[in-house]
Design a protein around this ligand. Structure first.
Ligand SMILES: [Zn+2]
Length: 112
């Protein structure tokens, strides 16, 4: 079967290592393109990946938020579910820096 993304590679059965927000979810069966490495999973596997993400507490952690002005600075509101996940508390000191078009807010590593 030809790859629908690059139209050059072949789709071969294999395994993919799935991560979400840097958290390893496990290995899952998929068909992987021999050229562009794009992978495709069936709906049953997609559900298993979703279940693994929920189990690890990383499902649905991405969220839209608005920048607000406070004095001369700008503030980013961190939604409760992300704050809870990272165990961030009010007045806690974090390090922020740009990374390409991202804003990285570095907290202490999450305790297992
Ligand atoms: Zn491809």
């Amino acid at each position: 079967m030809k790859c629908p993304i690059c139209n050059k590679g072949e789709l071969k059965k294999g395994k993919i290592k799935e991560t979400m927000f840097g958290v390893y979810l496990g290995e899952f069966p998929a068909v992987v393109c021999t050229k562009c490495r794009e992978s495709f999973t069936d709906s049953a596997t997609t559900k298993k990946i979703e279940a693994a993400a929920k189990e690890k507490g990383v499902w649905g952690l991405s969220a839209k938020t608005k920048i607000t002005q406070t004095g001369n600075s700008l503030a980013v509101r961190i939604p409760k579910k992300i704050a809870d996940y990272l165990k961030l508390k009010n007045s806690e000191e974090v390090t922020i820096y740009p990374e390409n078009n991202k804003l990285v807010v570095e907290a202490e590593p999450v305790k297992a």
